[in-house]
Write a protein of this length. Structure first.
Lengths: 156, 126
């Protein structure tokens, strides 16, 4: 596990959510995940290519994402709807962009695809490289979410 | 600074348009219209007196860069200030946008204050 990737995705996640949704998520200890089952109720996934290959996912519990999107839009969301799905795609895109900019400073040029969003209990996050993936858990008062990434030099 | 200018937000993500609209309102801009991609934006520009364009870079149908080029090539629209929104400040993209005549660019995520400063700096140069 390259700590640069963890730091880049961790910093990017905190930066984006603090700036756009005014929440300060508390990170937990990263760990290895060996199955495809998503940790949350809705996930955004984006493919990465270039000096690194793989994919980045964000998986949110319903309470967590409802709070985040409500703050982003300045209106009270009641559950996972099209606006929330749309926002998860945009959040994934932004976190990917900020992290890639950080990694670019380390000489890694990475481009990203268009994010896809999947919702539902126990849905799958299928990484481009298959897995296993690194999980960075986060918590806000309304619930947990995780960053879930699998890159080409993640140990198998 | 004139807060009554008509601003066109162009972004394929509904939520991002709402976010930018809210940020603009929080710093005093109320005269805002929206388009969900570059092609719709061009039609909107033909039917409205728009003073300022804020456009996402990455959109289906017509990208932000393609929209910028189309605006700059249109004699009636060519002087309209154009702020490009990107998820990353890749050097090649910035160079391409500058060559195409972008007024400035802003990297997501951004605060209302940063957005307001970008707009004011562009308006000061007019």
């Amino acid at each position: 596990m390259d700590v640069r990737f963890i730091n880049a995705f961790l910093d990017a996640t905190e930066n984006v959510l603090k700036t756009m949704a005014f929440v300060e998520p508390k990170p937990g200890k990263p760990y290895l995940k060996k199955d495809n089952v998503a940790k949350g109720d809705i996930s955004g996934i984006i493919g990465l290519t270039g000096d690194l290959k793989g994919s980045l996912g964000l998986s949110f519990s319903e309470g967590c994402i409802v709070k985040i999107v409500s703050n982003m839009l300045g209106e009270s969301m009641s559950g996972i709807d099209n606006d929330v799905k749309d926002a998860v795609g945009e959040i994934t895109n932004m976190i990917s962009g900020v992290a890639r900019k950080k990694l670019e400073a380390d000489g890694l040029n990475i481009t990203a695809a268009i994010p896809t969003v999947v919702a539902g209990k126990s849905h799958s996050i299928v990484h481009v490289l298959g897995g296993p993936s690194i999980i960075i858990p986060f918590e806000i008062e309304e619930g947990p979410f995780v960053v879930d990434f699998c890159l080409d030099n993640v140990p198998s | 600074m004139d807060k009554n200018i008509k601003i066109l937000i162009v972004d394929d993500f509904t939520t991002m348009r709402k976010v930018i609209r809210n940020l603009l309102k929080s710093v005093g801009y109320e005269n805002i219209i929206e388009a969900e991609d570059g092609a719709i934006a061009l039609r909107t520009l033909k039917n409205n007196e728009v003073d300022f364009i804020i456009s996402d870079w990455n959109m289906p149908n017509m990208s932000g860069l393609e929209l910028l080029k189309a605006v700059r090539a249109d004699s009636e629209l060519s002087k309209t200030p154009f702020l490009m929104v990107t998820a990353e400040a890749l050097q090649d993209n910035v160079i391409a946008a500058v060559k195409a005549g972008v007024s400035n660019y802003i990297v997501k995520p951004f605060t209302a204050e940063v957005l307001n400063t970008k707009i004011e700096k562009i308006l000061e140069t007019l």
